[in-house]
Design a binder for this molecule. Structure first.
Ligand SMILES: C[S@@+](CC[C@H](N)C(=O)[O-])C[C@H]1O[C@@H](n2cnc3c(N)ncnc32)[C@H](O)[C@@H]1O
Length: 284
């Protein structure tokens, strides 16, 4: 696999990170003003997430750190990891401004278990537009397995692969499957200005390479790494306006299809645990 996708995707994220930090959607001002403020994403996650108090956690693909900081505010000792220097810079500036103790590391997610302590995290947290940037879900599952301590858990909430497979909204409102559902070697190549927050910023780096991963592929990749699935819940809402014009905003801040939302899984929460010590930690 060529490294080209990393360069393209990183350039796109580097340009968007400051615009995201400046946008009302990421609510950085509210994080700075209110030490109890949590991101909408983590607030939504709470019923399934439960207590993270005292856990040593890592947030993979943490972007500008708002969810990472929210988990820290819930009592976890958090490290965020992202390959975009501009995103990490924004994340660090946020926690300096709020005075909270969160560490941010700049690295590719596939290198996470090489740059962070292996088999040491009680929580691996990720999602909301994270897995679609990774060409190989099995390789990602291997990284997650090498990060988790025995007894540690993975928590993902992510856009549903069925949602990712849909064509852009059509005038007739029909939902049409147009993009891959299963992982393919070839990326889906996009060339789109703009971003998912409300901003006047104009971007130059607009070509990205993305991949879908079927739900069964994600679950199987984790099971094959020795993790045990403990939860899989599909939701009828997603945190961004994934199908513009077809969705309405809910009081939670989530977006849902206006017309018969029960037709489509919009996002999902998957949880898995490492029960056993990995072979690497055994003396014999
Ligand atoms: C949509 S954001 C994640 C969203 C996050 N849940 C949020 O809204 O704060 C995707 C993030 O993945 C990061 N990313 C993409 N590919 C990556 C890779 N190969 N390694 C590490 N980070 C990556 C990007 O830099 C970006 O910050």
């Amino acid at each position: 696999m060529s490294d080209n996708y990393r360069k393209l995707n990183r350039a796109s994220w580097d340009e968007r990170a400051p615009a995201h930090a400046a946008s009302a959607d990421y609510a950085l001002e509210r994080f700075r003003a209110d030490p109890a403020f949590l991101s909408d994403v983590v607030r939504f996650d709470l019923p399934l997430l439960g207590s993270v108090e005292g856990l040593h956690g890592v947030h993979l693909q943490c972007h500008i750190g708002t969810d990472t900081l929210s988990l820290s505010r819930l009592g976890a000792r958090m490290t965020g990891l992202d390959f975009s220097p501009a995103a990490v810079e924004q994340a660090r500036a946020l926690v300096v401004a709020t005075g909270e103790d969160v560490t941010f590391v700049e690295a590719d997610v596939y290198d996470a278990a090489d740059v962070l302590p292996q088999f040491s995290f009680g929580l691996v947290f990720t999602g909301i537009g994270a897995l679609c940037w990774l060409p190989d879900i099995r390789r990602w599952a291997g990284v997650v397995a090498r990060l988790l301590a025995p007894g540690g858990r993975l928590f993902i909430r992510e856009g549903h692969p069925m949602l990712w497979s849909l064509a852009d909204p059509r005038p007739d409102g029909l939902l049409v499957v147009d993009h891959p559902y299963f992982e393919r070697e070839e990326p889906s190549v996009w060339d789109e200005g703009g971003t998912y927050v409300d901003t006047d910023a104009v971007f130059e780096h607009n070509v990205t390479h993305e991949w879908n991963h079927g739900l069964g592929e994600i679950v199987t990749a984790l099971l094959d790494e020795g993790l045990q699935l403990t939860g899989l819940v599909e939701h009828d809402s997603v945190p961004w306006e994934a199908l513009p014009g077809l969705m309405e905003r809910l009081p939670s801040g989530e977006w849902r299809l206006i017309d018969r939302p029960w037709r489509l899984p919009h996002s999902y929460t998957l949880q898995a645990v490492r029960l056993e010590a990995p072979d690497e930690l055994r003396i014999n």
